[in-house]
Design a protein around this ligand. Structure first.
Ligand code: FAD
Ligand code: EPU
Length: 339
């Protein structure tokens, strides 16, 4: 039986290191514990806030409700055929540990997603992606608990409506479901994906002769470590904003004025702009105001040097958005979940 505690500091529960307070707080390791806690919610009717690793949350203020830390464990093979293995992982499992487990077994599909912080349960929330791969490519299904109707529901990939850093859980069903576990369809015969960014260069630098999922994972880890700040050393939530997409004619205009603009074509004819480039060109890279700042190596990452409040980080994000809008006429959208 888990206890609901009062007035718990959240600093250790979010990688930005924001010192907000949860009025009520508990953790759970099973559906039974979760449903008991929902029954005992001191503010009945108000949906609890679920946290995993807290690596994509900005606590703008204290949470005047119930915060529940998802610690559901477990990894098991649920199905296997000649080409695939279906692995079900508890929502509380650490994402990178899960990736390492797959690498140890030679199951391919998540190697490009190495070193993303957080838990398995949050991975479908924004369809995590990196280095040319998104979770939707290996997603089989998930089980989630509806907090008001108190029922379990299975979601297929189509049900999740995955998009770039998007799913139904981030929008339509926000705060309605608790993801309990996720089943991934991993490949026994790997299809290597090395076309993105600097992976090939890094593999060459590493002297890799025989391509493998383990080598790709290491290359991704090396690239990530060279540009993204380690949350254990400096508070951050990864990319604070999404890379915005614009119509092709808008891009053509921007390209005329800014020939060096960094952009990638989307399948639908629109063009995705590198927000880090826009923010850097607007003069923000390395900017610091009190303990809130824009990372010196990656302008898409906002950082907390120690004691920035959630409001200070939020206000800085507003200023960055305003300035990019004014300079380029492009609106940025936050990727981080603001609470
Ligand atoms: P949390 O921050 O705890 O939660 C995120 C959101 O999901 C919140 O709204 C929360 O309420 C909800 N939530 C969490 N768990 C559940 C659940 N079980 N059921 C229902 N709702 C839930 N992301 C990428 O996509 N690609 C990257 O390359 C990447 N790199 C990063 C690098 C760094 C250094 C950092 C700090 C972050 C990075 N991120 C990246 C963002 C983040 O790691 C991912 O979004 C991750 O999936 C968040 O997991 P979490 O457990 O920390 O989620
Ligand atoms: N750039 C700059 N200045 C900067 C940062 C970037 O000019 O300060 C330009 C560079 O030209 C660079 C390009 O932008 O080549 C792209 O930068 P990077 O490769 O670092 O990737 P990103 O677009 O900034 C995205 C994801 C990351 C993911 C990486 C790798 C989003 C919002 N972010 O970053 O995801 O790890 O690609 O795939 O899509 C996250 O979501 O939290 C996250 C870290």
């Amino acid at each position: 039986m888990t206890q609901i505690q009062q007035n718990i500091p959240l600093r250790q529960y979010n990688t930005l290191g924001i010192d907000a307070i949860a009025r009520h707080f508990a953790s759970f390791t099973s559906l039974d514990e979760l449903s008991e806690l929902i029954e005992e919610n001191p503010i009945p009717g108000k949906a609890p806030l679920i946290v995993g690793g807290g690596s994509n949350i900005l606590f703008k203020e204290d949470v005047n409700g119930l915060v529940l830390k998802n610690d559901i464990p477990g990894v098991e093979i649920v199905q296997e055929d000649a080409d695939h293995v279906y692995v079900k992982a508890g929502a509380g499992e650490n994402w990178h540990k899960f990736v390492q487990f797959c690498l140890q077994h030679n199951w391919a599909g998540v190697e490009n997603l190495s070193l993303i912080p957080g838990c398995v349960g949050a991975s479908p929330m924004q369809n995590i992606g990196a280095y040319g791969v998104e979770i939707k490519e290996v997603f089989a299904e998930l089980e989630a608990w509806h907090v008001h109707d108190k029922r379990k529901q299975v979601f297929s990939a189509a049900d999740c409506a995955f998009g770039y850093r998007e799913s139904v859980f981030k929008r339509k069903y926000r705060n309605q479901f608790v993801i309990l576990n996720v089943t991934f369809r991993l490949n026994k015969k790997p299809r290597f994906n090395t076309s993105y960014g600097a992976i090939e260069q890094e593999l060459e630098r590493m002297g890799v002769q025989q391509l493998s999922i383990q080598a790709i994972s290491q290359a991704v880890i090396n690239i990530r470590s060279s540009k993204l700040p380690d949350p254990a050393k400096i508070g951050n939530a990864g990319s604070f904003f999404k890379n915005p997409s614009v119509e092709a004619d808008v891009y053509a205009q921007l390209k005329k004025v800014y020939p060096a603009i960094v952009a990638y074509p989307n399948a639908d004819g629109t063009v995705k702009l590198a927000a880090g480039w826009l923010i850097e060109q607007a003069g923000w890279k390395g900017y610091r105001r009190g303990d809130a700042g824009v990372h010196e190596k990656q302008a898409l990452v906002l950082v907390n040097y120690g004691n920035a409040s959630g409001k200070e980080i939020y206000d800085l994000s507003e200023d960055v958005m305003r300035s990019v809008q004014a300079k380029f006429g492009v609106g940025l959208e936050r990727e981080v979940n603001v609470v």
